[in-house]
Design a protein around this ligand. Structure first.
Ligand SMILES: *Cc1c(COP(=O)(O)O)cnc(C)c1O
Length: 348
């Protein structure tokens, strides 16, 4: 079975398991796990931030960032399709007591005039516009990366208005590889960033929250409050270290396979959602969205793919998703093209 439902479904390799088994560990709630410390220091260096905190999930990384950067009742500007708004179970209202203000983007490209219109005046009637969250790559827009020039423009806009910046960088690794820049370059304008180790990088558990020493110290307290303090977490942190060191460089291969998959389906006249225009092509990473005309229900198409050995995921609205990761090699990627082409040809 070729599983392209998500890049979260990777399982640890033998080498990763060996690194995990051999990891020196201690009690990380006491700050004594050498492997967790190594991961945090390595991550902070990679992203050019003062400090990092190992957290159990990307959601926790994002939610700690909101809690640390905002005060009760603040307003947070966020893309209307962003994970923090769409998929995090209303957590900002529960944990940080903030209000999210969704703004429309052009598939993750932010327009500063749209942001301007969403900033609140300094008047007693209004919440304080405190934070802008940016997702890179953008999950619901099909893994599109944020071009560095758009980020620079938005970051300058936020700095002029004293608005904090958080990056939901679950797949920032893919963005950096896709844009051909260092992770630290993408990270530079942000107060905080959350990056997943458990997606295409292939670690079994965990994310890093990165930022200033002061903000990470505050996040440590909130991680404790949320029950995210872990004891001999070096066992899983070792998987994260191994993933960054050994798998980061493999992401370019995932992008190459995703682009080939999209190009083949497009060449067959099938519904690649990007329409493959030149601008979007430069933003594609490891995800391909496929849109069908709805004559058959998505569940029927998915079942037919499954019967022929290919798993895709359902994004709603006649949209299916294929996500490439290092446990899908060239032969499997080629079979995926053949299966998807034949099933889709009947559907579109
Ligand atoms: C997966 C994902 C998260 C959450 O990560 P979990 O580890 O599943 O909690 C956050 N943001 C984006 C963009 C994601 O794709």
């Amino acid at each position: 079975m070729i599983d392209l439902r998500s890049d979260t479904i990777t399982v640890p390799t033998e080498a990763m398991r060996a690194a995990m088994a051999a990891a020196p560990v201690g009690d990380d709630v006491w700050g004594e796990d050498p492997t967790v410390i190594e991961l945090q220091e390595f991550g902070a260096g990679l992203f050019g931030k003062e400090a990092a905190l190992y957290v159990p999930s990307g959601v926790m990384g994002n939610q700690l960032a909101l809690r640390v950067l905002c005060n009760d009742g603040d307003e947070v500007l966020i893309d209307s399709q962003a994970h923090i708004y769409y998929y995090e179970a209303g957590a900002p209202s529960v944990i940080s007591r903030v209000q999210l203000r969704p703004v429309e983007s052009n598939r993750g490209l932010l327009d500063v005039s749209a942001l301007d219109a969403a900033v609140r005046p300094g008047d007693v009637h209004f919440p304080h516009t405190r934070l802008l969250c940016i997702e890179n790559t953008h999950n619901r827009y099909g893994g599109l990366l944020m071009p560095p020039d758009n980020l620079a423009e938005v970051a300058a806009w936020a700095a002029e208005r004293d608005i904090r910046l958080h990056c939901d960088g679950a797949r920032l690794w893919n963005a950096a590889i896709g844009a051909g820049i260092a992770p630290a370059e993408y990270a530079a304008p942000f107060d905080t960033l959350s990056v997943c180790l458990s997606k295409a990088l292939g670690a079994p558990v965990g994310s890093l929250l990165l930022g200033s020493r002061a903000n990470i110290d505050k996040a440590l307290k909130w991680r404790k409050i949320l029950g995210g303090g872990m004891r001999q977490a070096g066992i899983i942190a070792a998987g994260g270290l191994h993933a960054i060191r050994e798998h980061y460089g493999l992401l370019a291969e995932d992008h190459r396979r995703a682009a080939a998959f999209a190009a083949s389906l497009e060449a067959a006249g099938l519904g690649v959602d990007t329409n493959f225009n030149a601008e979007l092509k430069g933003r594609l990473t490891n995800i391909v969205l496929l849109r069908h005309d709805g004559r058959r229900d998505s569940s029927v198409i998915l079942e037919e793919c499954r019967r022929r050995g290919l798993l895709l995921s359902n994004m709603g609205g006649n949209m299916l998703r294929a996500v490439f990761h290092f446990q899908v090699g060239d032969a499997a990627a080629q079979s995926a093209v053949e299966i998807a082409t034949s099933v889709f040809a009947d559907a579109v």
